[in-house]
Design a protein around this ligand. Sequence first.
Ligand code: ZN
Length: 163
Amino acid sequence: MQDKISNDHLTRTQDKEFAFTKMITCGLCGSGITADEKFKKLKDGTTNRYVYYGCTKFKDKDCPCGYIREEDLIEQLAMVLDTISLDEIGMKDRIRTEIESHNEFQESVLGREVKEKVKIKEVDIRNYAKHILRKRPLYEKRELLSHLRSKLILKEKQLSLVS
Ligand SMILES: [Zn+2]
């Protein structure tokens, strides 16, 4: 019984909630990417949380990959989403459905008129995908990335897609 409790505790602490670790590979040595959090006390007494991503150095213990802030990573991911074809975003049908139901909500609940039944444009789908990256809960971010058709690599603090 005692063992079971400590094991549970171990799994929980090891499984910290970082959104983007499993979908990205180090472009220098091919290891996975891990994340770490740092807390910084601000002058007004509040604490800021910073998340950094970098190589696990599993395959090369001297890998010079370096670290990148989560905010930077998200903005780079957003740029990647701007450059890839919509078919690469595996969730585009679901995103389209979500935008449609959002529009219906605007119409029927808020009484706003959504300009006829405008066809949902590519740019809307891209923007919604970026919205998920920036604002939606962790599991949705992960889901979005797990549906990308290409692999992501991080090399010299630059994120790119492997074709
Ligand atoms: Zn590496």
